[in-house]
Design a protein around this ligand. Structure first.
Ligand SMILES: *Cc1c(COP(=O)(O)O)cnc(C)c1O
Length: 463
């Protein structure tokens, strides 16, 4: 093992013991003590599985996890243990990742807009890989970080659906000028980051020709860099891969489209290494959140027009939770809708469904978590459960000062833990206690075998 994660960082549970079971037992304890603090349970084995799927589906692509997506200790430690790199948006994230011992060459300072103080911090802490997409950012790095290795972010012009203000990345037309300017300022450019790919993934426009087009434009940009004498050898295809199974396109389908575009424009053996920054893909489904209702109010239902006969009969309730969109539910600000709440207790059959909306703590302004969900009438103190809550819910710094960060209980099954050890080419220690009849290779973890060798990741060769 690499020593980032050990058995004191999580609960080792038997295979088949789900995070829902863990959540129920935690709730049972809390209800006894009438404690109402919201909390998470996280299944680290789910992240191990996602990693194996990633290696299998995109064998040429090295993942760098964007820390802003989930900076919780268990996630960062596990991903470091798995050999992933990290995409950091600022100095705080770089410091967090380095504090557990991740070497600088596995850190990508990926934000397109950087403060000078943070650039200096990266420079003094050995972080070299960075990205830029305009003159101003280029100038800041040129003056403050002579060792930087830069990826030029491009946004192919083929993204009409995205509002221009949402778009990072230089157009191909400005690409040559930026590369020339980098040359004049003696800045080392090592490759291209293709911002368009992320946006297409996010909007699920899985047209193979759109992908091929974006990768083709990246190749044109590579050629421009090469012409100017740069050794272009790194392509970043970004993030945006789905984290749950309910999306229109499955991860494997997306991977197949990406692979064929890569094979066409950056064939194996061309000397270009490919990285990606998958965030929600890794963590969404691993985290389940439980929060209780702190207060409720009934709101008068609107009666559209004069035919208020049926519409007047239904009640409409607003529930406040102890946490809102300035805390855990900030995921709703990152284009992922709030997951449908599940009830902890079975509803009473005679309780009719009400049109309900969920809000954060009272007094936080327009803290609207979700509107218009059908729930039976609930009481103060009732718990709601939200699945798929791993992405953009746990931040290094909460937007809500004074909101307590919910506690996270991490669990991993014995088999996931063994699979992780196998993946690193280390036989797991012999079990002395209750040996399970099931080994990782016979319980749905078969893919470990084909992925065991060689070392997952050799970052030194990237830079
Ligand atoms: C936030 C971020 C992403 C987002 O990734 P998702 O997969 O959509 O969660 C990707 N790359 C970088 C560099 C980011 O900062």
């Amino acid at each position: 093992m690499n020593g980032y994660l050990n058995e004191s960082n999580f609960m080792l549970v038997e295979e088949g013991f789900t995070s829902r079971d863990l959540l129920e037992s935690t709730l049972a304890e809390l209800c006894q003590s009438s404690e109402q603090q919201a909390f998470f349970v996280a299944d680290l084995g789910d992240i191990v599985k996602k990693h194996l799927r990633f290696l299998k589906a995109l064998p040429r692509v090295k993942p760098y996890f964007p820390v802003k997506c989930n900076s919780s200790g268990g996630v960062v430690r596990l991903l470091a243990e798995l050999g992933a790199g990290f995409a950091c948006a600022n100095k705080t994230e770089i410091a967090e990742v380095q504090s557990i011992g991740v070497p600088a060459d596995k850190i990508f300072y990926s934000s397109p807009c950087k403060q000078v103080a943070h650039i200096k911090y990266a420079a003094s802490h050995g972080v070299q890989l960075m990205a830029f997409d305009n003159e101003v950012e280029l100038g800041k790095v040129a003056r403050n970080h002579p060792q930087a290795r830069m990826l030029l972010g491009i946004a192919a012009d083929s993204s009409p659906s995205v509002h221009p203000s949402m778009m990072f990345g230089a157009t191909l037309t400005s690409c040559r000028r930026l590369l020339e300017s980098a040359k004049e300022q003696d800045v080392e450019v090592v490759g291209i980051r293709d911002c368009a790919l992320s946006f297409h993934l996010r909007s699920h426009s899985l047209e193979p020709q759109v992908f091929a087009q974006a990768v083709a434009e990246a190749q044109l940009a590579f050629d421009m860099g090469t012409e100017l004498g740069y050794r272009m050898h790194l392509l970043d295809i970004g993030g945006g891969f789905p984290g749950t199974e309910d999306t229109r396109a499955q991860f494997e389908e997306i991977a197949a489209v990406i692979n064929s575009a890569l094979d066409m424009y950056f064939p194996e053996g061309c000397g270009v290494e490919i990285i990606a920054t998958p965030g929600r893909y890794y963590v969404s489904s691993a985290f389940t959140f439980a929060a209780s209702i702190t207060s409720k109010e009934e709101v008068p239902t609107e009666q559209p027009g004069s035919d208020g006969e049926e519409s007047g009969s239904k009640r409409s309730l607003v529930y406040h939770l102890s946490d809102g969109i300035y805390g855990t539910f900030s995921c709703v600000l990152f284009d992922s809708p709030c997951p449908k709440p599940l009830l902890h207790k079975k509803p009473c059959p005679e309780h009719p469904m009400c049109s309900s909306s969920l809000r954060g703590p009272p007094g936080h302004g327009e803290d609207q978590i979700t509107d218009d969900v059908e729930l039976p009438e609930l009481q103060d103190g009732d718990w709601l459960i939200f699945q798929d809550m791993g992405a953009y819910s746990i931040a290094t710094s909460s937007l809500c000062s004074g909101c307590p960060q919910p506690h996270v209980t991490y669990a991993m099954s014995r088999l996931a833990w063994k699979a992780l050890q196998l993946l690193q080419g280390k036989p797991p220690p012999a079990e002395d206690d209750h040996e399970s009849a099931c080994t990782p290779l016979s319980c749905g973890w078969e893919m470990v075998e084909s992925l065991c060798v060689p070392p997952v990741f050799t970052p030194a060769s990237i830079i």
